[in-house]
Design a protein around this ligand. Sequence first.
Ligand SMILES: Nc1nc2c([nH]c(=O)n2[C@@H]2O[C@H](COP(=O)(O)OP(=O)(O)OP(=O)(O)O)[C@@H](O)[C@H]2O)c(=O)[nH]1
Ligand SMILES: [Mg+2]
Length: 135
Amino acid sequence: MSKTIHVAVGVIEDAHGRIFISRRHQQQHQGGKWEFPGGKVEPGESVHQALCRELQEECNITVQDCAPLTVIEHQYDDKRVRLDVWWVQRFTGEAKQLEGQEWRWVEKHQLDAFQFPDANRAIIERILMTAQNYQ
Ligand SMILES: Nc1nc2c([nH]c(=O)n2[C@@H]2O[C@H](COP(=O)(O)OP(=O)(O)OP(=O)(O)O)[C@@H](O)[C@H]2O)c(=O)[nH]1
Ligand SMILES: [Mg+2]
């Protein structure tokens, strides 16, 4: 069996409490589905470093403040992933997608209306739970 792919994932929240999502390119793993931005942790990098690098490269933002939200391990038919998910509540720069993917800000309660990879179910539950606790 192939080894687990370690991924840094950002749940980016704006001042209105909305979350940034983008749509994976068709040819990518889980293509066509929506995702939270992020990518593979490179050798020698901490997860935090990977998160900051990926969000700069993919979404044009510099992370100022973030906190670990949850870690999800998921086995797909073809690969196993460990998603290290961080909540990003402070950043500079105007968030947008730099890699040609469709993107948008969505209200937390609207997240359920989008099709995400299976591993993301647990992330969305966590977002909704945490959001409730802070209201
Ligand atoms: N970025 C991201 N990846 C996710 C999410 N959910 C999920 O299962 N994954 C999986 O995590 C893996 C790594 O993500 P990625 O393709 O963004 O990695 P990357 O940016 O380094 O891209 P590349 O190496 O393909 O260029 C993929 O297999 C992807 O399907 C998610 O919400 N965001
Ligand atoms: Mg990526």
